[in-house]
Design a protein around this ligand. Structure first.
Ligand SMILES: Cc1cc2nc3c(=O)[nH]c(=O)nc-3n(C[C@H](O)[C@H](O)[C@H](O)COP(=O)(O)OP(=O)(O)OC[C@H]3O[C@@H](n4cnc5c(N)ncnc54)[C@H](O)[C@@H]3O)c2cc1C
Length: 484
């Protein structure tokens, strides 16, 4: 039986472990932490539970496929709750509460400005066509420039508008700033601004509006805890609290790993789920790398980072499940962010899952997650100081905006800065959404699922094809499991 080592029990590594264990491979997962899930694991603070990272779950078909191919039924294993409303978007002088039914959203946009309802319908219609064209491209690996001449790629070209940005494409439907922001803030899921993200990604909000956003009872991290248990039931072995120091390579081919404790473990194939930027800098001898050397990687563009504030409060609140509070001058804020400047007028995201899901906080209490997109570690910021400043500013803003008190009710609190992402989760530059998704770093230009530099090494997760974000990460596992 072929032996496979997976470095990291993040979403990509876990999905691979399930799929390969089901195929009968002898799967060994080495994970530096005690818990599975990576950036998508549980954070427990006293009696409160939080998702460390992802809270937006969409396009669940790919996750379903991972479960089905592994012999399980997603709906039997986890309770998925379809969200309605989707989210509340708060602008300087207007609030949109987008709903699960596109008809309601059409009416909502029309009410804000006559004509916008029709623009929304046109947009939805075009995204349906776009998604159909893109899907086959994202499902297959890219291994050379010849892949750009594949039938599926050529067929998709007329709807891709590769030279336009998300922002430019949306302006073709309406010049209304709030309409554009409401359908383009999702570029932040890629750690990018809408004026940078290629227009391909206008389908992201379509996935939410047409196919739905979900919460998982107990938190999104439940997916990953469940995946580990299911992979174990299929025979995969998890070595928790075991960090890999290096991948062992001989004559351009990997044959095992050496652990932090000095132990050597051999295997037929090595799958890397650890952050790609970290792997290039730490898991290989530079002499084994040809294309993806640390020097070359450092010339690439990376996503933004996030400042996280998790609060457990012994009080209940009326916030929505997902709320996005836009800065007063959103365009300027995006420009500042992309130019590595910390802005005083920042946007933030408020996640309030305990209103819907009582398992996340004790009775009469709330768990509140605040995410502020901030520059990655290329920016010269002292996060020890800056995190405290932004934490106080955002709490004051919430208290003033909603006329509530948070401070007297805080029982537990944790802050995660870009530096923490780097140190604790091995995220290169703290760029939590990995290599940026500009066209020059996508498809064949993104690190390949079958690693170009070393034979018998495969990449799974947000740093490889098709990209960062849970659906594409699960897709990368489907690709890798077929390549192995
Ligand atoms: C704050 C935040 C919010 C996000 N929100 C969303 C969202 O709402 N929706 C969405 O779809 N996506 C979201 N994402 C993006 C993405 O889905 C997650 O980051 C996801 O966890 C990335 O998965 P991954 O498989 O690439 O690996 P990771 O989650 O990075 O896991 C890699 C694993 O490798 C381990 N590891 C690293 N080095 C070693 C080593 N040397 N030895 C052994 N193990 C090692 C790590 O400990 C970790 O467990 C968010 C990310 C963040 C950070």
């Amino acid at each position: 039986m072929k032996k496979v080592i997976i470095i990291g029990a993040g979403p990509g590594g876990l999905a691979c472990a399930m799929l390969l264990a089901k195929k009968g491979y002898n799967v060994h997962v080495y994970e530096k932490h005690s818990k599975p899930g990576g950036r998508s694991k549980a954070l427990e603070l006293g009696d409160y539970r939080f998702d460390l990272g992802p809270t937006f779950l969409m396009y669940i078909d790919i996750l379903k496929e991972v479960f089905t191919k592994s012999g399980f039924d997603l709906s039997q294993e986890l309770e998925l709750i379809r969200l309605d409303p989707l989210y509340k978007l708060t602008f300087k002088d207007y609030i949109f509460e987008l709903k699960a039914n596109p008809d309601d959203n059409e009416a909502l946009f029309e009410k804000y400005q006559p004509g916008l309802g029709l623009a929304y319908r046109r947009w939805l219609h075009d995204q349906h066509i776009k998604l159909k064209a893109i899907k086959p491209i994202l499902e297959k690996p890219f291994s050379s420039n010849k892949d750009y001449f594949r039938k599926d790629v050529l067929k998709a070209l007329p709807v891709l508008h590769p030279l336009k940005s998300v922002y430019q494409e949306l302006r073709g439907y309406s010049k209304s700033a709030y309409f554009i922001h409401a359908l383009s803030f999702q570029a932040k899921y890629l750690g990018m601004a809408s004026y940078q993200a290629p227009s391909i990604f206008t389908f992201l909000p379509y996935l939410e509006h047409e196919l739905g956003l979900y919460h998982v009872r107990g938190g999104i991290h439940q997916i990953h805890e469940k995946m580990m248990r299911l992979a174990q039931s299929l025979g995969a072995t998890f070595h928790m609290n075991k960090s890999v120091r290096k991948v062992l390579v001989s004559k351009g081919q990997a044959y095992g790993v050496i652990l932090e404790n000095g132990e050597k473990v051999e295997a037929d194939d090595i799958i890397i789920n650890a952050d790609f930027g970290y792997a290039v800098h730490h898991l290989f001898d530079e002499s084994d790398l040809k294309k993806w050397t640390p020097k070359r990687l450092d010339q690439k563009k990376f996503s933004v980072s996030t400042l996280m504030i998790y609060l457990g409060l012994n009080q209940t609140y009326d916030f929505s499940h997902h709320e996005i509070i836009f800065s007063k001058d959103y365009n300027q804020y995006l420009k500042d962010l992309m130019q590595n400047h910390v802005s005083n007028d920042f946007s933030y995201y408020l996640h309030h899952p305990s209103k819907l899901d009582s398992s996340l906080a004790p009775k009469g209490c709330s768990s509140l997650y605040i995410l502020i997109p901030v520059p990655n570690l290329k920016a010269d910021v002292d996060w020890e100081i800056q995190a405290k400043v932004m934490r106080n500013q955002v709490i004051k803003d919430i208290e003033d905006r909603y006329q509530v008190q948070l401070t007297p009710y805080i029982q537990v609190e944790k802050i995660i800065t870009p530096t923490d992402w780097k140190q604790d989760e091995h995220v290169h530059l703290g760029a939590v959404f990995n290599l940026s998704h500009r066209l020059s770093q996508m498809l064949n230009h993104r690190p390949h699922n079958a690693f170009e530099d070393i034979k018998k090494v495969y990449l799974v997760g947000g740093g490889t094809h098709p990209g960062s974000g849970l659906p594409t990460i699960y897709q990368s596992a489907l690709i890798v499991s077929s390549l192995v």
